[in-house]
Design a protein around this ligand. Structure first.
Ligand code: NAD
Length: 289
């Protein structure tokens, strides 16, 4: 098989998702309830600042209001919990996003559990993760949701297919595995202690890589025709003045074998933001019913 994979273009798909959201935002706004996302950023992590800015910019582009809550790196867990309680009580706020990672010393678990599950547009609250596990999801975490929308765009019928998720984090690996299971795929989760990753990849019709190791998955491991979703975002030194972004999959070699593949950047990243905003609109719509 020397034919090249078709690109799963996350940028283009995200554009379509956002265009569809625009109409729903207008309807909410006309009903006097402009969808509103509170963005809580604690500390000065440069990558977090960039992520937050691009989420806010995209939100504005479809008419979603955002409210910035910047707090210093010295913020205590208690002070952050207080802020969350205020946002939970504020009826004009439909979604609350607490940008991760939180500074060391802040109890992340307590903070995420404090967010009202009906405003938990990141889908990290135990109630929402539990509902996902039960097969009746409310808010599905944005990156896993983005992965599923990209897989759907490939047109692959997941039922009975072998799906491999590499990585078992609570925010990507575990939820995406649940979503694949709900679509009747036969799901394997590989992780840092998996004995033979190559063999797992070779047998997979769908590979979702969420590890954070540049080009861990070699192109020649990919089963011909497989769908490859690369969640990883790794900055590597490419000799220039700026680091190069690469995924967890060796793109060129994988693209020579895969049926469909996401690029990095321009694959899962834009879909993550689009799905976050979809959750905000859903929260605003649900608040009225
Ligand atoms: P994480 O560090 O929480 O989890 C990484 C997982 O990889 C762990 O479960 C670990 O068991 C597994 N792992 C480590 N080494 C391995 C190996 N050699 N073989 C197999 N598995 C191994 O990371 P995360 O938060 O899930 O993020 C993963 C990657 O996805 C990162 O690069 C992150 O930047 C990226 N990410 C991208 C988006 C996006 O919107 N595109 C969103 C979230 C995360």
């Amino acid at each position: 098989m020397s034919e090249s994979a078709k690109l799963l273009d996350g940028k283009a798909l995200a554009k379509r998702v956002l265009a569809e959201l625009g109409g729903r935002v207008q309807a909410c706004t006309a009903a006097g309830r402009t969808p509103c996302l509170a963005v809580v950023l604690v500390g000065d992590d440069p990558a977090s600042k960039i992520y937050v800015r691009s989420k806010e910019r995209k939100a504005a582009s479809v008419g979603i209001e955002t409210r910035d809550h910047r707090m210093p790196a010295t913020t205590s867990t208690e002070a952050l919990l207080e802020r969350i309680a205020e946002l939970n009580a504020d009826e004009s706020v439909h979604g609350i996003l607490v940008q991760l990672p939180l500074p060391a010393g802040v109890d992340e678990r307590r903070v995420l559990e404090a967010v009202d599950p009906r405003k938990d547009v990141d889908g990290f609250h135990p109630d929402n993760l539990g509902l996902l596990m039960l097969g009746v999801p409310r808010f599905v975490a944005c990156t896993p949701q983005g992965c599923m929308r990209l897989i759907a765009a490939s047109g692959i019928e997941l039922s009975g297919k072998r799906a491999l998720v590499i990585g078992r984090s609570n925010i990507v690996g575990k939820p995406v595995a649940q979503l694949l299971l709900q679509q009747n795929a036969t799901v394997t989760i590989a992780h840092s202690r998996t004995a033979d990753l190559e063999a797992e990849v070779r047998g997979a019709d769908v590979v979702v890589a969420a590890v954070g190791r540049p080009e861990l998955v070699r192109g020649e491991w990919i089963k011909p025709g497989a769908v490859v979703i690369d969640v990883g975002i790794n900055r590597v030194d490419a000799g220039g003045d700026k680091p190069k972004l690469v995924g967890d999959v060796a793109f060129e070699a994988a693209a020579a074998r895969a049926g469909w593949i996401t690029p990095v950047p321009g694959g899962v990243g834009p879909m993550t933001i689009a799905c976050l905003l979809a959750n905000v609109v859903e929260a605003a719509e649900a608040a009225s019913s």
